[in-house]
Write a protein that binds this ligand. Sequence first.
Ligand code: ACO
Length: 311
Amino acid sequence: MGVGVLGTGHYIPSNVVTNKDLEKRVDTSDEWIRTRTGIEERRIAEDDMDTSDMAFHAAVHALEDANVKAEDIDLILVATVTPDTPFPSVSCMLQDRLGAVKAAAMDVSAACAGFMYGMITAKQFIETKVYKHVLVVGTEKLSKITDWSDRNTCVLFGDGAGAAVMGEVPEGKGILSFELGANGAGGEHLYQDVDSGHLQMNGREVFKFAVRQMPESSVKVIEEAGCKREDVDYLIPHQANIRIMEAAREKLGISEDRMATSIKRYGNNSSASIPMALSESVQNGKIKDNDLVVLVGFGAGLTWGAIALRW
Ligand code: ACO
């Protein structure tokens, strides 16, 4: 038996904020944002749409897609750095709203690698047959911790949610290999300031870390899965900066059309980036049965995670 994804879903807020809109707020330009980051626009959730609301919409779609009922979910794992409140957790809010009456629930804090950490935690419970169905969600309302007067950060982020229902899949399918990692010594490069509540970032340091870590972790999981770089059908990197993503893609020798680039439309959605891109890629037929898919993320902590997955 393998452990894999039974269904996916995502929620994208309808409110579009373009680079031109941001030119009116801070000293920046559409050209700078496009060339330095690859971002063309992002979605910002309305005031009455919090992190748990987006998680709910993504989760409902994932449950439908997996054909699994909420009452059959055993565990809910929500990856987020922007919970509605520190407690109760977003996962508990979601458990109540979905009516997932028998599910245990907890949030996972690993920033942009959070969905990877959630998927691998789910894998352990399913593999050991403790649980049958685990709902993993990545959801972020980054707009509420963004300093909208700081051009270094406000152009980068957006809101959204993605979800996956995980369970048993046939042998040879599902998660083939993974790597999770952390380096707490790099925590100072990306954090939420306790006084202002705003996200603070040393962009250059995060950039250097990501350019090194993404290809390294990707190669590791591909090899551990017994595969070669050229076997990869689709790459879903964390959507933080197109230049970081391109560097990873080129090192892996993967063609442009085989990498998810939702960053153009949504910006960086932290823990929601990878599940949003995964769900969209499945929906639009980019990921097909039996494809070798690599998911790779990095983020605050510093944390990172990579998964090689047979779809
Ligand atoms: N518009 C115009 N100019 C800007 C803007 C902007 N929005 N932002 C910064 N600049 C300026 C800077 O002030 C600097 O000016 P200076 O030379 O006069 O000081 C100049 O542009 C160049 O700045 P750099 O920092 O060298 O620009 P760089 O090419 O490194 O790009 C960026 C900056 C996009 C932030 C990049 O470093 C990056 O993407 N880093 C990684 C960030 C990341 O991945 N973060 C997410 C982690 S995931 C998570 O956990 C949330």
